[in-house]
Design a protein around this ligand. Structure first.
Ligand SMILES: Nc1ncnc2c1ncn2[C@@H]1O[C@H](COP(=O)(O)OP(=O)(O)O)[C@@H](O)[C@H]1O
Ligand SMILES: [Mg+2]
Length: 466
């Protein structure tokens, strides 16, 4: 070979190497990283060869004879990673190939409205395949930076009188509904899902009974079905799917928010989401820190809720209404406690009110909306404060009145409470079949006026009626 040819060949090689370098330095170039299954246990398996290539929370694909099965990386050690399979029943063998997949992504599209999907974004309503949107979004996205977010300023009517009067809400607010089981959380959520103020509604049903899911979606959403997407992981599904449902739901909500819509996100219930995180964490050996809950529960919940709220300038908002099951009616359990602090308001449902048949069983004195003052007019605020003091007076003298210790005329404030609180309670009653209220304050005023005109009977009779 001549020296000139030699130089030519070397130059060609150099050019090839440079082209390769350019190709692999592009961010969209995929380099596959693979490992092998090392040990298998109930709830998780370990993989060698991937420790230096995956991050916590990423997904891997396990290849077996029956196909490709996804799993989430729940722990990374120097020589093995721990993976929780999405479907625990998937067959796994020692030595099976496991490939890195990266963050789990959904590509939501406007055509998803009216559909019911699972946590993986697959349709489960038998209405055919879903169309993918143009942008793939990681379900473990982070919240927009706080200084870029719009401020919450605009109130809206939910149509539920007890909320519109005592704890009115604003677009972009995050509200929790706290109650024991069977008190009326899901029913109240379904009433709130019908609020007119929203362009889109995304519902995550986590750990519900399968029977309730269809009921919720078909009966209660009614006309709003066409602007709603439901993400469902029932109680019999794997903890991974239950854990992913609210994340997938908020990712879809973010898609609509970025298109400028005001979105309502409903999560029923966040406690089941916390239970699912606990199950996943326990399977991978994360130690519990508070009543059996691992530390990751207390970082995942704020991460999820922080993603709701107003979007950056030029986008819409995500109003989140979530239910929290308080175990054994103990309102101080760790999940209730930690969520209360990161919400902009909480509605407390009281079992005693439900037992009296006063639905929705909202306790007006224990429920607060931290943004209520932006939603009330000054007059409404004054009126609510007056109503609350009447209710407080009525409730604190309940025992006294029951034992006959109340004499009308001795305390004008108490006389007023005794006359007006029963009609107030009557106005607050509402069931899912009732028409949503357009103006709760007007309803209240009419009812109080009617009560005053009919109320010729002595106040003592009112007590007996109760
Ligand atoms: N607003 C309401 N009006 C009438 N009945 C209600 C209302 N809310 C709840 N209920 C009754 O309470 C039961 C339990 O409610 P549900 O919403 O399923 O409770 P939770 O979700 O807290 O377990 C319902 O089946 C229904 O009979
Ligand atoms: Mg429920």
């Amino acid at each position: 070979m001549q020296p000139a040819e030699l130089t030519g060949a070397a130059e060609q090689k150099m050019a090839d190497v440079a082209a390769l370098l350019r190709r692999f330095s592009r961010p969209d170039t995929l380099i596959g990283h693979g490992g092998k299954v090392k040990t298998i246990a109930a709830g998780h398996y370990t993989v060698t060869g991937l420790s230096h290539h995956v991050r916590l929370g990423e997904f891997v694909a396990h290849q077996s004879k029956t196909g490709v099965h996804l799993g989430e990386v729940v722990r990374v050690e120097p020589d093995v990673i721990f993976v929780c399979p999405i479907e625990p029943g998937d067959p796994i063998g020692i030595g099976d190939l496991v490939l890195r997949r990266g963050a789990f992504r959904l590509s939501p599209d406007d055509s998803w409205c009216g559909r019911t999907i699972n946590s993986l974004g697959e349709p489960i309503d038998g209405l055919g395949a879903l169309q993918s949107g143009t942008k793939a979004r990681s379900i473990s996205n982070t919240a927009p930076p706080s200084m870029t977010r719009q401020r919450v300023t605009k109130g809206f009517k939910t149509g539920v009188r007890a909320i519109d009067i005592f704890s009115p809400l604003c677009l972009g607010q995050r509200l929790g509904i706290f109650a024991g089981s069977g008190v009326g959380k899901s029913t109240l959520l379904s009433m709130l899902a019908r609020a007119d103020a929203f362009d889109k509604v995304v519902i995550a049903l986590v750990g519900e009974r399968g029977r309730e899911v269809r009921e919720f979606i078909e009966d209660t959403l009614g006309a709003n079905l066409q602007k709603s997407v439901a993400v469902v992981a029932t109680s019999d599904e794997s903890p991974m799917l239950r854990k992913m449902a609210p994340l997938s739901a908020i990712t879809i909500a973010e898609h609509f928010r970025d298109e400028g819509h005001n979105v309502l996100l409903i999560v029923d219930s966040v406690t089941r989401f916390a239970h699912a995180i606990r199950e996943v964490a326990t399977a991978s050996g994360e130690p519990p820190v508070a009543r059996g809950y691992p530390a990751s529960v207390f970082t995942e919940m704020p991460k999820l809720l922080e993603r709701a709220g107003p979007g950056p300038e030029g986008t819409g908002s995500i109003t989140a209404i979530i239910s929290i099951l308080v175990d054994g009616d103990n309102h101080n359990d760790p999940i209730a406690d930690s969520t209360r602090g990161i919400l902009d308001g909480h509605i407390v449902l009281d079992r005693a009110l439900a037992e009296e048949g006063r639905y929705p069983p909202i306790d007006p004195l224990a429920s607060i909306s931290r943004l209520a003052r932006k939603a009330w007019t000054p007059d409404e605020e004054k009126l609510v404060s007056r109503l609350k003091s009447l209710i407080h007076r009525f409730e604190e003298t309940r025992d006294l009145r029951l034992i006959g210790g109340y004499r009308p005329g001795a305390d004008p404030d108490l006389d007023m409470a005794v006359k007006q609180v029963p009609p107030i309670y009557e106005v607050l009653k509402q069931s899912p079949g009732d028409r949503p209220s357009r103006d709760a304050f007007a309803d209240m005023a009419t009812a109080l006026k009617n009560a005053a005109s009919q109320n010729q009977a002595p106040a003592a009779n009112m007590v007996r009626q109760r």
